[in-house]
Write a protein that binds this ligand. Structure first.
Ligand code: TF8
Length: 335
């Protein structure tokens, strides 16, 4: 008996060696939900991811991406991941604070101030610390990609000082920290899903929204806005999320492939985002919008006005989470 078992095991092992490398991959189609449009730099990352998955799985896996909220908005899609009815979403952290409040740390005004800081924070211990929280809420973060620094656009006037925010009807993400920030700045802030923003701007239901230049460009907000102010008030990252319940049914090789391929997409996606940011800004200017910077004095006043948001959000985000982010950023800045 013993001999028999050993022999058959040896046979299985020998067979395993002889099998092609992709034998560990079962046929599968995965859908990626995206709120943004197909010409947004997320598509560059998704292309790399798709090709990597195709190659690694020997063609067993197919990736289909959906754009412009075709599979629902960020929050709806993410809930579908948690219930195991959708495989993937590329989403901002901000609409997900209802699922994991610690994600609100990225919504704190003026937390991150450069691309380098963003990359070091997200690719370092802090990014891992946040990613490690996700399985408990039925999600797996495969990688941190870039949404970018957010800038205010509106149809009323150039925002050059704190006083210019007054009374503006601004769409904010479905997020209590953004709501607090924009209410504190004196605006009339309305939480709204991303997919509704264009129409709300077009019909005049709202005056303003805030998103990176690439989004103002690729979602064509510049067609229904007149002013863009370089506020850079927050850097909200993209999470490349996979469904926890589906992830748990995958082989180790399949799970590893997902992490590897999302990581392979990361530098390409970030580079595309940064390159397009310049082009998008130019397209916005060419479309006739007035783009303004904010003077250091006015910026100091704006920062001062929203400083209290940190303390007011500490309870929901977790004081420890905020402290860890600030400590890691201080180390990154060499402070
Ligand atoms: C927002 C976000 C969105 C992204 C996108 C839908 O303003 O910045 O643009 O989450 O993936 O809602």
């Amino acid at each position: 008996m013993k001999t028999f078992v050993t022999t058959s095991m040896a046979a299985v092992l020998a067979m395993g060696v002889a099998l092609p490398a992709h034998a560990q991959f079962n046929d599968r189609t995965i859908r990626i939900a995206n709120g943004i449009a197909e010409d947004h730099p997320v598509a560059d990352g998704v292309d790399v991811f798709t090709q990597c998955v195709d190659e690694t799985s020997g063609g067993a896996w197919t990736v289909n991406a959906f754009w412009s909220s075709a599979l629902g908005d960020d929050l709806q899609s993410t809930q579908s991941l948690r219930s195991g009815t959708l495989e993937m979403v590329v989403t901002s952290t901000s609409p997900l604070v209802a699922i994991e409040p610690a994600l609100g740390v990225f919504d704190l005004p003026f937390l991150i101030s450069s691309d380098e800081e963003a990359d070091a924070l997200l690719d370092g211990e802090f990014g891992q610390y946040i990613a490690d929280m996700m399985p408990a809420v039925g999600l797996v973060n495969l990688s941190w990609w870039e949404n970018g620094f957010r800038n205010l656009s509106n149809s009323v006037r150039p925002v050059e000082t704190l006083a210019d925010f007054e009374g503006m009807r601004v769409r904010v993400m479905q997020n209590n920290i953004f709501l607090d920030t924009f209410q504190t700045l004196g605006t009339n802030a309305t939480p709204m899903a991303f997919g509704e923003v264009f129409t709300a701007l077009e019909t005049g239901a709202i005056d303003a929204q805030e998103n990176p230049y690439v989004t103002i460009d690729t979602s064509r907000f510049f067609e229904v806005q007149d002013y863009v102010s370089n506020t850079r008030h927050a850097y909200t990252p993209f999470m490349v999320l996979f469904s926890g319940p589906i992830f748990n049914t995958l082989s180790e090789e399949e799970q590893q492939m997902l992490f590897d391929c999302a990581a392979e997409g990361q530098p390409v996606q970030r580079a595309a985002s940064r390159a397009l940011s310049e082009e998008s800004l130019q397209r916005i200017i060419d479309a006739g919008l007035e783009v303004n910077d904010i003077s250091p004095e006015a910026m100091a006043e704006i920062r001062e006005a929203v400083a209290g948001v940190y303390e007011r959000s500490a309870e929901s985000i977790g004081a420890e989470v905020i402290e860890r982010a600030q400590a890691e950023l201080a180390a990154i800045r060499g402070e």
